[in-house]
Design a protein. Structure first.
Length: 318
């Protein structure tokens, strides 16, 4: 016998173990949307009249986030736009960009693409090679910088990130194990805007990865399944994720309890992102020293700090 939706009796497509429910496609989508709306309200992530800029990668997670936010923007009265950073990684970046264009087109969400090769003249792998730094660490820094500049230039009140509970918890537990405790302070559902840093919110804070993927698929949202060629095959985060999943399988809802605990206590571990005291002399971005991290990176890799060029290109794009 096939399982039936606990709400309407139609054939079920998903079992939500921690809620003890079988759900059909429509009720599963409504369930995920309800979870996100609940998080937006519980954690006060957005306010009526705000401009929300969603950072979208082209993958299933950010597609799910944008799909739910597009619906929520009508109900909660905020304005939604999207930004995508094209990293210039052969094959992967083209597929990601195409997916974002289709996604935003199908949802009617205005979007901008900020291209690293246009900003810096080289793609991410070459930038990292010349800077002699790991690709993923340069990637994080570049995306953070360009999304923040895009948000500031677009006059956004907040940036929405597609991190789901599995991402956040694996990262939090890893950092706890290594005792990098101040990192935990950055992992709550939101960080406030300070100085030149636009605040960030995580609407999928209590949504599991499997739920985000299934939501994107069932809602027919365009996304790419292409994997970044630099994503590590074996990582500590991967091991932690497998451990958390094994506990979740025996104790359904365990990960939600952890996410809520982290949301309550993230602030105890430090300040979270704060506005650095100075403005970069090249691009004006918040900076610890004379140059911001992006200008230092590009100076080392390319012989010239590129923050001013980046700001100009981003201004044209948004
Ligand atoms: Fe960036 Fe790819 Fe590394 Fe992810 S795996 S951080 S997209 S370089
Ligand atoms: Zn149903
Ligand atoms: Zn700078």
């Amino acid at each position: 016998m096939h399982a039936r939706c606990s709400v309407c009796g139609e054939p079920a497509v998903a079992r939500v173990e921690y809620a003890r429910k079988w759900l059909c496609g429509a009720h599963f989508a409504g369930y995920v949307e309800g979870k996100v709306l609940g998080a937006l309200e519980r954690y006060r992530l957005v306010e009526r009249g705000w401009r929300v800029l969603a950072a979208v990668s082209g993958g299933a997670d950010s597609a799910a986030m944008l799909g739910v936010l597009a619906k929520a923007s009508v109900a909660l009265g905020f304005r939604l736009a999207a930004v995508h950073v094209d990293l210039g990684i052969e094959g992967f970046s083209e597929a990601s960009r195409r997916a974002v264009e289709e996604l935003c087109g199908s949802l009617g969400v205005p979007f901008a693409v900020v291209s690293l090769p246009e900003v810096a003249g080289v793609g991410l792998p070459e930038l990292a090679r010349r800077a002699r730094r790991p690709v993923c660490s340069v990637c994080g820094a570049v995306k953070r910088y360009l999304v923040n500049v895009a948000a500031a230039e677009a006059g956004a009140d907040v940036v929405a990130l597609g991190h789901h509970a599995d991402d956040l918890l694996a990262y939090a537990v890893k950092n706890f194990l290594f005792q990098r405790l101040p990192e935990l302070a950055k992992l709550g559902p939101k960080t406030e805007s300070t100085g030149g840093l636009v605040g960030r919110v995580r609407p999928l804070y209590e949504v599991y990865k499997s739920e985000a993927s299934l939501y994107a698929r069932l809602s027919g949202l365009p996304f790419t399944e292409e994997r970044c060629p630099y994503s590590p095959n074996r990582s500590v985060e991967g091991e932690v994720r497998a451990f958390l999943d094994s506990v979740e399988a025996r104790r359904p809802g365990f990960k939600i309890s952890l996410a809520r605990g982290l949301a309550r206590n993230a602030g105890l571990w430090g300040q979270g992102p704060r506005s650095p005291p100075r403005a970069c002399r090249v691009c004006g971005a918040p900076s610890e020293g004379e140059l911001c991290s992006f200008c230092r990176l590009t100076l080392k890799a390319l012989g010239r700090p590129m923050g001013d060029v980046a700001r100009e290109k981003v201004r044209e794009a948004v």
